[in-house]
Design a protein around this ligand. Structure first.
Ligand code: GLN
Ligand code: ZN
Length: 758
């Protein structure tokens, strides 16, 4: 059986591209050196896939920064402001990715957005009246030829026109339809070119087909491909979809003149059903995405083979493929030296997934596959007793009663009690939690991690930072203080380290955007809190002041969303397990005298399902209760805060309110504040702290500016419900601008407050 890979990780096995690019940005290496690193990465990726006998290997899956950005440049969708810099091709590209400030001019970067339901971010192409879509670059052709010279006939991959147009941002009253004619011509030319170069297959990635599609969307996709496929000549075209099923357009797609269709059998809940119901044309090839491209677990061979057999009852030509690009998993397990072999045997990163494809291609052809060595070995992993199972935790989750999810008394009553307890002024000021992580703070952590100092010495330093931080906030005059989060640099890893069931990798990096990679921890077993996590830091901070100090925790949904989850139990069960652990921490904080506790849910929206019809049944139905589970046990006078790093939650505003926090802070200064209308209209009960200044830039906001922002907020929000805080944590900022900004914030709150009372 043939096999295929949709795309391979492109930052290099040890993040070589990241380091080379960052050096290039700092002027430490030349463009030639950067290009050399890029070539080495592509070459190695191809070589590896060839070694594992992959039949359909992709080219043009490499990117210096992002595939959407590559496509925008390829289609000449480069906004004037970047062209005007008159930089060369690569530097113009980087200017779009990162912004440019220098001799040639001063332009901001394109916007960046989350790529469907992943933690990867793409650059948003900008189209306006002056955009003339036309084939203008050579990257896909160059890389195809490069592979050809290395003896490989690859299938070039390009983001398809529908996804491109759906994700682009339209300026100056333009719309997708204005560009369809030109885009058809451009993609047609791409196909012609590939035909000339001797390509057999070209892959168009169309993840946007798995979203909720309107009639107009379906028409658009149909028109685009009718136009493009007329020009395909002898090249075969693979329509590649992923991240879900294409239930809204399956029949339409079958009728189009594609030679292959790639379907996701992992995340596409309805994919099998669609194939069964509508069949699959025998002249087309079905690229069946059964090897999970998003998670790090080994495939269960027996199950995969059975699934292939089932698919083959409906489709004649089936190719075994990954469910999406392998870009979303780490490169290889080979560098993980510290993982317990009993744990490691369960994992397959990108390279190991190649082996799975290879072995499965052979096994599916064997009648007696059950007795083949590869299958027997694979089954052994799944049949043995697994480490870190905790029956107590399982029972605890199974026996959670309704009242564990409901805090009493109801919020309005609590808010009254809390007003009396805390006696805070109106428009109370606070921050989101972290204070600048200075060189000193980082050095302390590194020294501890490297074993240069012991835990006692480390904590002594942390306590000193906390003391300084509390004194500073008192001096500035903030009302609700924080301890500064000097003991952590990561919102999830820090908690994971104190939870049984978590395992950590050394080199398992995954690209998040551009040169930024993340190393998500892995939920391997049942989660249980091993020891109090933050209590001593918060209690110490509280001992230094009469003002309330907020305890600072990460919420269960965020911890889950920023980890690789298990596949043997449900997301809901994991969220509840983590919820119970955080609940224990919340109650311990309360016992230690912490009267305000913030539970951050920075990533709550991240895994909201792509289709609206799945929002509740697949996600919100357990995600919101998991949060409530954390805090339902506290006293009425204990105030629960939460924080989100974005404000686009208009669509789920009732669910956010249903988290039943007393106060929520969120990002607001860069957004258009439509959320304030939604808050007003929905009768939102939670008190709110829309960020009054942007912490992503070192700029110090003036008092007047903040006063103005607050006044605007007060036109929509009850003065008894408004808090004053920055957008997010301050850990990436420097001390001088942080002090200055916070002083201005406090002054602005005082000014507006005094206007309120008169
Ligand atoms: N409490 C965290 C901080 O202040 C929140 C970070 C975040 O929202 N990403 O850093
Ligand atoms: Zn934030």
């Amino acid at each position: 059986m043939y096999n295929a890979v949709i795309g391979f990780p492109r930052v290099g096995k040890l993040r070589e591209l990241k380091f080379a690019s960052e050096k290039y940005f700092r002027g430490e290496v030349s463009k030639t050196e950067l290009k050399k690193t890029a070539l080495e990465i592509r070459t190695e990726n191809w070589k590896r896939q060839k070694e594992y006998g992959i039949h359909y290997i992709s080219s043009n899956d490499f990117s210096y920064y992002d595939g959407m950005l590559d496509t925008a440049v390829l289609l000449n969708a480069v906004p004037e402001c970047y062209k005007k810099l008159h930089l060369d091709e690569l530097d113009t590209y980087f200017a779009m990715a990162r912004g440019y400030q220098g001799e040639a001019g001063d332009v901001p970067a394109l916007a960046m957005k989350k790529w469907f339901n992943t933690n990867y971010h793409y650059m948003v192409p900008e189209l306006d009246a002056s955009t003339k879509i036309a084939l203008s670059g050579t990257k896909p052709f160059d890389e195809f030829l490069e592979a050809k010279e290395q003896g490989l006939l690859t299938k070039p991959v390009i983001i398809g026109p529908f996804t491109f147009l759906k994700l682009a941002r339209y300026q100056a009253r333009t719309k997708a339809a204005d560009f369809t004619k030109d885009i058809c011509a451009a993609y047609g030319t791409i196909l012609t070119k590939f035909q000339e170069l001797g390509a057999e297959w070209v892959q168009f990635d169309e993840p946007a087909l798995v979203t909720d599609m309107t009639k107009d969307d379906i028409n658009l996709a149909e028109n685009l491909y009718n136009g493009i496929l007329q020009q395909k000549g002898s090249v075969k075209v693979l329509l590649q979809t992923y991240f879900g099923d294409i239930r809204d357009c399956y029949e339409t797609v079958l009728k189009l003149d594609f030679d292959g269709i790639g379907l996701d059998f992992i995340e596409g809940r309805k994919t099998m059903e669609l194939v069964k119901q509508y069949g699959f044309p025998k002249e087309k090839v079905l690229f069946a995405g059964i090897i999970n491209g998003k998670n790090i677990w080994k495939s269960n061979y027996k199950k995969v083979i059975e699934q292939i057999k089932e698919i083959k009852e409906y489709a004649e030509n089936v190719v075994l493929s990954t469910s999406c690009s392998l870009l979303h998993v780490p490169y290889t397990l080979a560098y993980e030296e510290k993982l317990n072999p009993k744990v490691k045997q369960y994992f397959a990163f990108a390279v190991e997934k190649l082996l799975e494809l290879q072995e499965l291609s052979v096994l599916t052809e064997c009648d007696d596959y059950n007795n083949e060595k590869e299958c027997v070995n694979n089954q052994q992993v799944f049949e043995q007793e697994r480490l870190y199972q905790d029956i107590e935790v399982k029972n605890q989750v199974a026996n959670l009663s309704e009242d564990m999810f409901v805090r009493t008394p109801e919020r309005k009553q609590r808010q009254e009690i809390q007003k009396k307890t805390f006696g805070l002024p109106s428009l109370p000021t606070t921050t989101i939690g972290s204070f600048p992580q200075t060189q000193e703070v980082k050095r302390n952590r590194t020294n501890y991690k490297r074993g240069n100092i012991d835990k006692a010495a480390y904590d002594k330093q942390v306590f000193a930072f906390i003391k300084e931080c509390i004194e500073k906030q008192e001096e500035i005059g903030i009302d609700v203080l924080v301890h500064g989060e000097y003991e952590r640099n990561d919102m999830v890893e820090f908690f994971g380290e104190n939870l049984a069931g978590y395992v950590f990798t050394e080199k398992a990096w995954v690209q998040s955007y551009g040169t930024r990679c993340v190393k998500p921890p892995i939920i391997f077993g049942d989660i249980k809190r091993i020891r109090p996590i933050t209590v001593e830091y918060s209690a110490y901070a509280q001992s230094l002041t009469d003002k309330p100090v907020k305890g600072m925790l990460t919420g269960p949904v965020t911890i889950l969303n920023w980890s690789f989850p298990r596949e043997d139990i449900s997301l809901k069960e994991m969220a509840y397990q983590i919820g119970i652990a955080i609940r224990e921490e919340v109650l311990d904080l309360e016992k230690a005298g912490i009267s305000i506790i913030q539970i951050d849910e920075a990533a709550l929206k991240e895994k909201l399902p792509i289709r609206k019809s799945d929002w509740y049944c697949e996600y919100l139905e357990w995600a919101i209760p998991a949060f409530r589970l954390c805090h339902s046990g506290v006293k009425p006078e204990t105030q629960i805060h939460t924080h989100m790093c974005y404000s686009e939650f208009n669509d789920i505003i009732h669910d956010i309110d249903n988290m039943d926090a007393d106060v929520i802070s969120f990002e607001a200064s860069r957004s258009k504040l439509t959320i304030l209308d939604a808050i007003q209209e929905s009768g939102f009960e939670t008190e709110v702290g829309p960020g009054v200044y942007d912490i992503h830039s070192p700029r110090v906001p003036s008092v007047d500016e903040i006063v103005e922002a607050l006044q605007k907020m007060l036109t929509k929000i009850d003065k008894n419900k408004l808090w004053v805080n920055p957008d997010c944590g301050l850990k990436t900022r420097g001390i001088p601008e942080t002090d200055a900004s916070l002083k201005n914030m406090v002054e602005a709150a005082r000014r507006v407050r005094s206007q309120l009372s008169c």
